[in-house]
Design a protein around this ligand. Structure first.
Ligand code: GPV
Length: 827
């Protein structure tokens, strides 16, 4: 293979690199160069796509200079590095952020205008790289943004899926999935390095030999392999000249493997083997918080992890590096369990390849990894059947068994005679089939284990991994999630940003979000409140124009905008939101309430369902059906509306969130690990209606009870009701509003008198309702009435909205990164 360290030219002094001049003329010249010599087209013949690609490449020239300089500076003074391992990065569009980072936005706008080109048009040409499912992937994107902004050395590693998260469309109110061919118009933000390819082995068996000292050596004899080609993405900081690297791996057939078959005359087989190899990075698994036990997924996981460790050890570290010092140089952060196979992989490298004794290798490995858990749902904890791992990675399975053996000895020493505990804690589950519990493997090896919000970390310690926290209390810590203020405030909400900068006097808040507290004083300033409302109104107009263009949806301009956007999942309870809407509708059409008593609202949903998640898809169908009925009912005109734009993604989030009045965060308490959408809404001046769950707990504490609509059972109350035995139908029977809403939903009223279409969801609510929507219904409806009353007092509402912005600076992902550095990475 061609993978190499840098060639001997390093003896030559590095030449300082400079980007094009930061002037309008300099920019225009660089842009035309790219158009002519990059795209091979003259301006008068160029398409919007030509112009977009040339613009992206031009901006990259500016970033590239800083990227090279960052690398040079870091090599001169090596410090400990973060190796972020994540199977998902939900990046969103790159252009706006790159322009912001290079301070080129105005220059580009002006320069392009002199050529008769509209920057906004080029920005909307970009297809966002949807290389993630939802919260977990978006969190990774926020984190790497913050690390660059803080100039912390980090290489983020992942997979360059050829197809990202599917594009959602609706047909007859049902979700259809269209493949996301995001690379089809070219992808200017990446550059491949085929000369840095890494070979990844799979399958086969192991062989044992002893040397003259009687020491056993294990040799893995794999049966097939692929190669990983790295694609580099620059991750720019902000106003600090630092640019980090995101390295995504793409799978290809190895040349040797191909050639062998090709030469044997079987051309068809050669093509087949190539297809087989390339399948590994072909498509993102569209599941969110549910494990999908497909062998290809394990191949993906091992593929990117093996490439990444090899890349770091063989290509990034100096050639003569003493691996005993590895923990001083790198900490691998495991973004949930998807990359946990890195643990036995590092052991394999140290013991089998580098010749370390097991004990020393384990001592090194234990100090190189930290593990973040992102869930509380037991069914979302990944397990891999022993026979699947054994077939794909026989040596790794042996290593896992050995780690487990040593670990269980330790458990027996600590808790003599407690065989029940030993069985509970074993990395290998015996039932229903022998399988590796990846979260346990991670917990045994990691220096630190963290949850993603205060409540989550507590429950993780006490309910998900109680035996592990008893054994190693100091391993457990919390880092509350955060979101990047660059993308989700500065870029997504330019009008609010301008207003904030105006009153705070400068833009330092963009990298120091606690400064938003300076807005507190203005909450009582009537003229400021008026400006704040104008910003919100302008953001609504901007959103409604987009929805008109994008989906042909008309939205009444003056309604309260009530938004629930997130993946569709039962625990998130979109069905509870739906029950509330149907309840309002029913109370009007039945004549029990006058429509004029209801504060005019537009309900917005955005949600993708995993293609194989039946209940979630039926819920989407039901939401669309209810929307169709309500929106076409003349009695509701301008008073109640439900809109559900298809294909909620980062790009749409950036328009939706700044326009929202009310943020729906209504998961059953104890189920949402954190949530991060909740933070984005609060920072953009929406008020939250929410349960005491995930990061809602911390949001409420910071903004204050008077500016947050709390409802529902607390986590201990949920546990108690569960223990008593929850009977949803008893809530149905005892609550007339609920009964009427459920009955209407199940009657076929919304589904063309086809009762069956609604029955999946309605029957589940009545007879199962695992996430207790019916139990929280009354409390939810009451909280919504408080929302109506609060919204009617415009000045007080605006004041609350301003205080939400002023008090949520804590949720910057810059703060999350500081916490990781203090509590995990630099400990
Ligand atoms: I596990 N999360 C996700 O998006 N996908 C997953 O597979 C798993 C977790 C989410 C959680 O559901 C959110 O509560 C959390 O805010 C987010 O991860 C980031 O931590």
């Amino acid at each position: 293979l061609l993978g190499t360290r840098s060639t001997p030219t390093h003896a030559l002094a590095a030449v300082p690199v400079e980007g094009p001049p930061l002037t309008v003329d300099g920019f225009v010249e660089a842009f035309l160069q790219e158009l002519h010599f990059g795209q091979g087209v003259q301006l008068d013949r160029s398409t919007v796509n030509d112009q977009y690609l040339a613009l992206a490449r031009t901006v990259m020239h500016y970033m590239m200079a800083e990227w090279l300089e960052t690398g040079r500076r870091r090599r001169a003074e090596p410090t400990k590095m973060i190796g972020y391992l994540s199977a998902e990065y939900l990046l969103g569009r790159q252009l706006g952020n790159a322009l912001l980072a290079t301070e080129l936005t105005e220059v580009a706008e002006e320069g392009l205008a002199t050529l008769g080109i509209d920057l906004a048009t080029l920005r909307s040409q970009e297809i966002e790289p949807g290389l993630g499912n939802g919260g977990l992937g978006r969190l990774a994107a926020c984190f790497i943004d913050s690390l660059a902004v803080m100039d912390v050395p980090c290489i983020a590693y992942g997979i360059r899926y050829e197809y990202g998260i599917f594009r959602q469309t609706f047909f007859n109110n049902r979700q259809l999935e269209v493949p996301d061919n995001w690379l089809r118009l070219g992808s200017p933000w990446e550059f491949p390095h085929p000369e840095r390819a890494v070979q990844v082995d799979f399958g086969g068996h192991t062989e044992r030999t002893s040397d003259e000292n009687g020491r056993e050596h294990v040799q893995w004899v794999p049966s097939w392999n692929v190669q990983g080609i790295p694609y580099h993405y620059m991750v720019p900081g902000y106003d600090n000249k630092a640019v980090n690297t995101l390295r995504l791996w793409s799978a290809q057939a190895t040349d040797a493997f191909n050639l062998q078959i090709f030469n044997s005359g079987d051309h068809a087989e050669a093509v087949r083997s190539q297809t087989f190899a390339e399948n590994i990075s072909k498509v993102l698994y569209p599941e969110d918080s549910t494990p999908q036990g497909r062998e290809l997924r394990l191949q993906q996981q091992y593929f990117f992890v093996a490439c990444s460790l090899h890349d770091y050890i063989e290509h990034t570290l100096p050639a003569d590096f003493d691996l005993r010092k590895l923990p001083d140089q790198i900490i691998w952060q495991l973004n949930d369990t998807h990359p946990v196979i890195a643990i036995p992989e590092l052991m394999r490298i140290l013991v089998d390849v580098k010749g370390f004794e097991w004990a020393e290798a384990w001592d090194i490995t234990k100090r190189c990894f930290a593990y973040t858990c992102h869930t509380l749902l037991p069914e979302a904890l990944e397990v891999w059947p022993v026979d699947v791992i054994g077939r794909l990675l026989p040596r790794h399975l042996e290593i896992i068994f050995r780690i487990n053996e040593d670990f269980l000895i330790e458990v027996r020493e600590r808790f003599p005679g407690d065989e029940l505990r030993v069985r509970r804690m074993s990395i290998i589950a015996e039932h229903p089939e022998r399988a590796v519990r990846m979260a346990y493997l991670a917990s045994v090896a990691a220096t630190k284990i963290n949850g993603v919000a205060a409540l989550h970390s507590e429950l993780l310690r006490d309910k998900v991994l109680p035996d592990f926290s008893e054994m190693w209390p100091d391993k457990f810590t919390n880092v509350t999630n955060g979101v990047t203020p660059r993308r989700f405030l500065r870029l997504a909400n330019p009008k609010l940003s301008e207003l904030i900068t105006e009153v705070l006097g400068d833009e330092r808040w963009v990298t120091d979000l606690d400064r938003l507290s300076g807005l507190e004083a203005y909450a009582d300033d009537a003229s400021f409140r008026e400006k704040f409302r104008q910003v919100k109104a302008a953001n609504k107009t901007r959103l409604f124009e987009l929805l008109k263009r994008r989906d042909g949806i008309d939205v009444a301009p003056d309604n309260m905008l009530d938004v629930m956007v997130k993946r569709l999942h039962e625990y998130k309870r979109q069905s509870l939101k739906l029950l509330h809407i149907v309840h309002l509708y029913e109370s009007v059409v039945s004549g029990r309430r006058d429509i004029s008593d209801i504060v005019p609202r537009t309900f917005v949903f955005g949600a993708k369902a995993a293609p194989g998640y039946h209940m979630a898809k039926e819920t989407i169908f039901l939401i669309n059906s209810v929307a169709e009925k309500i929106n076409s009912d003349s009695r509701m005109q301008g008073r109640l509306a439900v809109v559900f734009p298809a294909n909620y993604n980062v790009t749409l989030a950036e328009r939706l969130i700044p326009a929202a009045d009310l943020s729906e965060q209504i998961s059953l308490a104890g189920k949402e690990a954190s949530g991060t959408g909740n933070m984005k809404f609060a920072l953009n001046g929406a008020l939250t209606i929410g349960t005491d769950d995930g990061a809602n707990v911390e949001i409420r504490k910071l903004v204050g009870d008077d500016h947050f609509f709390l409802f529902g059972m607390s986590e201990p109350e949920v546990a108690e009701l569960g223990a008593r035995g929850y009977v949803p139908s008893s809530f149905y029977e005892q609550n007339e509003d609920l009964r009427r809403a459920v009955d209407l939903l199940g009657s076929g009223e919304f589904t063309g008198s086809n009762r069956d279409a609604a029955s999946t969801v309605v029957n589940d609510l009545l007879w199962n309702d695992r996430f207790m929507a019916l139990a929280d219904f009354q409390s939810y409806v009451e909280a919504q009435a408080r929302v109506d009353a609060a919204y009617a007092d415009t000045e007080a509402w605006t004041r609350s909205a301003i205080l939400n912005v002023a008090r949520t600076g804590f949720f910057s992902s810059d703060r999350s990164m500081r916490d990781y550095l203090d509590r995990i990475w630099l400990r």
